[in-house]
Design a protein around this ligand. Structure first.
Ligand SMILES: [Zn+2]
Length: 365
């Protein structure tokens, strides 16, 4: 039952310090009046926990909790995937760009928790395809890699991590001077970032040492990443980047995901002005895409077919976005790996924006 229904029954105490927060066995609560609001549903029932005495409402259990424009959350799930910039979206809904930013960030956090709660718990039964998706944050002087891990057969998008890179490639003398000046002022990314963050990517997919069949391109950082994983064993198959990107290419599952990301996110288009100002928000949008790709989107737009989650037996049918957004996910009820917790709490720094806002605990949703 969704929080908007009149017969809503609170599933647990929403107060993180209450002993009935994570397990509701034996929990008691009472009705505690209601409040009226300007948007539908207008009458929201309130409750009081008989144990910790905190009050809450049915809205406390909705992902739209505390939003002034709750009706935008679901449309924004689609818009954030539909290749529009935040300003365009804001114009369409006649709201401030910060409203869109805030709600898309919330969607990203919701999806991080959703994905983690619905991840496969059985041992990995397929090879993993890994690749680095190139983009940049703030300006072209700050390239980033988003490392993606995809199932070779299921196309399930298991995990992602991020790396900051140094700008490379052809540059004019002026650009080189500019890079040097920026590096003096803001520091240089860790040259071992890729191997560190790819090792962490694999640990997100498989927390324990494992035998893994892995397909990647010939990037020299990958063998170094694997050497960081003590106790693991690998069959590592590398494919030259010049091999045609057809379905027969072993990297096809990740090439396809690359395309989906590039196609759906305006912030990753080359030569765009809609690029991500902060890597943090690129990660949040990627979390939305991950849930959509795994649980909502049928395998092919034209031919239908199951979702990657159905291929892994996690769900029996595609979920709708309404279903994905039905219940608020509480970070206090989900134990996230450290890396995902950093993504959740907006702890990914952008060098050029020194005091970027981290998430205020109270509003965490
Ligand atoms: Zn309580």
């Amino acid at each position: 039952m969704s929080p908007g229904d009149p017969g809503f029954v609170p599933p647990f105490c929403p107060h993180p310090d209450c002993r009935f927060h994570t397990c509701a066995v034996g929990w008691r609560y009472r009705r505690h009046g209601h409040f009226a609001r300007r948007c539908e549903p207008r009458v929201i029932p309130r409750f009081r926990c008989s144990h910790c005495r905190h009050t809450f409402s049915s809205q406390t259990f909705s992902p739209t909790y505390w939003l002034r424009r709750p009706e935008l959350l679901e449309p924004l799930f689609f818009r954030s995937l539909a290749c529009s910039g935040f300003r365009q979206i804001a114009r369409e809904f006649a709201v401030a760009p910060t409203t869109v930013l805030g709600q898309v960030a919330r969607l990203g956090r919701h999806c991080l928790l959703f994905q983690h709660q619905h991840r496969p718990r059985t041992p990995l039964a397929e090879p993993l395809v890994v690749d680095g998706f190139e983009s940049f944050e703030f300006s072209q002087y700050h390239p980033i890699h988003l490392h993606l891990a995809v199932g070779a057969r299921s196309h399930f998008f298991y995990a992602f991590t991020d790396s900051e890179l140094r700008r490379k490639g052809r540059m004019t003398a002026r650009q080189q001077r500019r890079r040097a000046a920026l590096e003096r002022r803001f520091g240089r990314p860790d040259p071992r970032a890729i191997e560190r963050d790819v090792a962490e990517l694999l640990r997100l997919v498989l927390p324990e040492p494992h035998y893994l069949r892995l397909f990647t391109d010939e990037h020299p950082a990958y063998p170094r990443a694997l050497r960081r994983l003590h106790g693991w064993s690998f069959e590592h198959r590398r494919t030259r980047s010049t091999v045609p990107r057809t379905p027969r290419n072993p990297l096809f599952p990740v090439n396809l995901l690359d395309l989906l990301i590039r196609h759906n996110g305006a912030h990753h288009k080359r030569e765009t002005i809609a690029f991500a100002k902060r890597r943090q928000s690129a990660l949040e949008r990627l979390a939305v895409l991950q849930v959509w790709r795994n649980f909502v989107k049928r395998f092919s737009e034209r031919h239908g077919g199951p979702t990657p989650a159905m291929r892994l037996g996690l769900t029996s049918r595609p979920l709708t976005v309404t279903e994905v957004l039905r219940a608020r996910r509480f970070p206090s009820r989900v134990v996230l790996p450290a890396r995902l917790a950093r993504y959740y709490w907006r702890d990914v720094p952008t060098r050029r924006i020194p005091n970027a806002r981290r998430l205020r605990l109270k509003r965490a949703a």
